[in-house]
Structures are given as C-alpha cells and as structure tokens.
Design a protein around this ligand. Structure first.
Ligand code: PMP
Length: 368
C-alpha cells in the first residue's frame, strides 16, 4: 500500500466528512390494517445526492493506495448517471479531469449536473450500443490515454468493498444502538455493489439475515441475464448482470413495477417530505413486500439511493396511473424518525479512520 501524495490525504479527509455515515430513517406506515416500520439509509444526503459518492470516494482512495492512479490523471467511466456525477464531483475535488460515457436517454438533469462539474460527456445512442457501447467506448479511450484511470464499477470489487466496509457496518451499528437486528435487506441492483457489499457484512454479523436484490418487473435483467423491456427506474437493471454480482450469495429476487416505484417515491415526498428518487420508491415497495411475507414486526432494511432533484423532467413529476397490483396506493405513510449517524468523534483516531481504509475493520457505536 502506497502512502497518499501530500495534499491528497487532506482532500480525502475533507470529502469523507461530506460522504457516507448517513442517518438511518425509521419510516412508519400502515398496510393491510397493520402499523409497520421500514428502515432506510438516507443516501440522498451524500455530497452530490446519491449513494454513488461513497463508491467514487472509496474506489479512488483504493486506487491511490495501490498506486494505480496518479494526481491529475484523467478518470474515464461508463455510467447511467449517478456514478458519473459522483466521479465528476469527487474527481474534481481531488484535482482530476473526468470523461463520462453514457446512454443518450438519461435525464437532462443528470447531463447538466455532469456538465456543471466540468466533466466531458460522451452520449452513446441505442444504435451505437447504448450501455454496452458506453462501456466499450470508455475502455477504448482508456487504452488510448496513457496514465488514465478507468474505475470499471461493474467489475471492480472495490465497489462491493465500499458497502462491506462502510454502509453495512453503519446499518449494523445504527440498528444495534436500538437493540435491533436486521431480518432482511433489499436493494435495487445497478452494479450490484450495494446489495453484495452490505449483504456480505450483514451476513457476517447476522447469519440468518436474508439479502434480496431488486429489479423492475417490467425489465427483469437478473432473471433473464439480459434486458427484455423498458423501465423507468434509472440507475438499476442496466441490460446485463454485472460480474461483481453473485446471485448464489443472495436470496430471492424482488420484482417491483416501475409505476409502483414512481407512485411510492411521489408519496414519500408529498406525504412525509422525503424527496427521494424513483429507485428509492422501488426499494421501499420491495421492503414492504418482504415485510408482508416475514411479519409486520420484521426488521427490514433498505436505502434511498438518491434524491428527487434529478427527476424533475421525468414521469416522477407527472400523474402516474395506478394499476390493480400496485402496492403504493395501499400504503399509508405516517412519518419518520432518524437514527443517529455512527459517532465519528469518539472513533476518529482509531476505528473509524481504520475502517475508511481497511476491509473488515469497523466503526464504533452510533452516537447517543
Ligand atoms: N439507484 C440509483 C438511483 C442508482 O444510481 C444506483 C447506481 N447505479 C442504484 C440504485 C443501484 O446501486 P448499485 O450500483 O450499488 O447496485
């Protein structure tokens, strides 16, 4: 492991204050006449408003420590949006130029945000290969650009490690500080880094916890191995099963209709003031489905991967017709409380900083 160049360490430290260690929300609702509660990590509160800030920071830190990225190197990535925004912001904060390849059908807010962080954007049409085309073209530019860094989020184990060493321990300690243990965790799969990493950590602490990947029922990539339809849950189900996803480590796949996800995200904002994105609505529906199977007292945990600001030009802002099998119209939200972030001050010198770098090390208890 290489020590970090002078100045870069301080920048990482600054970024670590703006990324991760999010509150765990306890959202209260009624379904089928029973009062229930679902736990969700508020990843919308990260620096650029998404869970991907965690991955961008961790991947770059690992790359610096291994000496595979040098100060000022061009960062190149293929991404459907949030990863690009995170890499663009974190990359700029560390002094890197960033080039992003993405399908040309992503929301205009995403494209404009990338632009605002000074990234160069390379849109790829369906005819030019869409998502696969973006990956190929990113790899091509990386081959042609000596010294460039290609994070390769779909195949990079550091992506899973982000959640195994940070998000997973946070969930464990936040629940533990309220004497709770997780029964199930569910998360929509884009790269799969979240579900694989959180799953590995939670299983190491709670062998009986079940870990569920979630995908849109309108376009089930995990069930089919390829993209079969269209869906509106940006950030998940990207046409193929990423190599970091090992379905044998996971429990049943949860399927959620994209319209139901939209209705749920709308409801979280209008009824309880949680302005979250469409995949957050999907995750909440998936968690409610699991809780309905496991029992209304089951501790089911998920996350809100991003905020709603990137979806202001999408169907999230339109009236969504409800279908007979939708769950969102039957869930009544009552409000939420927030469990504390894990205490960084008490653990600053030892555990927390160790956890920022070394897989397997852990933070201390949640602040009281
Ligand atoms: N929701 C949104 C909005 C995302 O951007 C992503 C990341 N692509 C996910 C969910 C899925 O996260 P992961 O890549 O860790 O599977």
């Amino acid at each position: 492991m290489t020590s970090l160049p002078a100045g870069i360490e301080a920048r990482f430290h600054g970024l670590s204050r703006l990324i991760g260690n999010t509150p765990l929300l306890a959202v209260d609702y009624t379904f089928r006449g029973r009062q229930r509660r679902i736990f969700a990590k508020s990843e919308n509160l990260n620096m650029t408003g998404s869970v991907k800030d965690r991955m961008a920071l961790h991947l770059l830190r690992c790359a610096y420590e291994r000496g595979t990225v040098q100060p000022g190197a061009l960062i190149i990535e293929a991404t459907s949006g949030n990863t690009g925004i995170s890499l663009a912001a974190v990359g700029r904060a560390l002094g890197h130029p960033v080039a992003i390849f993405m399908p040309d059908w992503m929301s205009t807010e995403r494209v404009n945000l990338l632009r605002s962080f000074g990234a160069s954007i390379h849109p790829v049409s369906r005819e030019d290969g869409g998502f696969f085309g973006s990956i190929e073209k990113a790899e091509e530019l990386a081959r042609e650009t000596p010294g460039s860094f290609l994070p390769g989020q779909f195949a990079n184990e550091d992506n899973c490690e982000t959640h195994e060493t940070l998000t997973g321990p946070e969930i464990h300690y936040q629940l533990d500080s309220h004497d709770l243990k997780p029964d199930a965790f569910v998360a929509g799969v884009g790269t799969g880094g979240t579900v694989m990493g959180v799953g590995r950590y939670l299983r190491s602490r709670h062998p009986d916890v079940t870990i569920h990947p979630l995908e849109p029922s309108n376009s089930p990539t995990l069930r089919t191995g390829c993209r079969v339809g269209q869906h509106r849950i940006q950030g998940v189900s990207d046409e193929f099963i990423p190599s970091i996803v090992d379905l044998s480590e996971l429990h049943e796949i949860v399927d959620v209709d994209d319209g139901d996800a939209i209705l749920m995200a709308q409801k979280l904002a209008t009824d309880v003031g949680l302005g979250v994105g469409i995949s957050s609505g999907a995750n909440f529906i998936g968690a409610a489905m699991l809780q309905d199977q496991l029992g209304s007292d089951a501790v089911v945990v998920t996350l809100f991967p991003d905020d709603n600001k990137k979806y202001l030009s999408t169907d999230l802002m339109h009236d969504e017709p409800s279908k007979p099998d939708h769950l969102a119209p039957h869930l009544e939200l009552h409000g939420f409380t927030a469990f504390n972030r894990v205490c960084r001050i008490c653990n600053e010198s030892e555990e927390w900083l160790r956890m920022m770098r070394i897989p397997g090390s852990e933070p201390g208890p949640a602040a009281s």
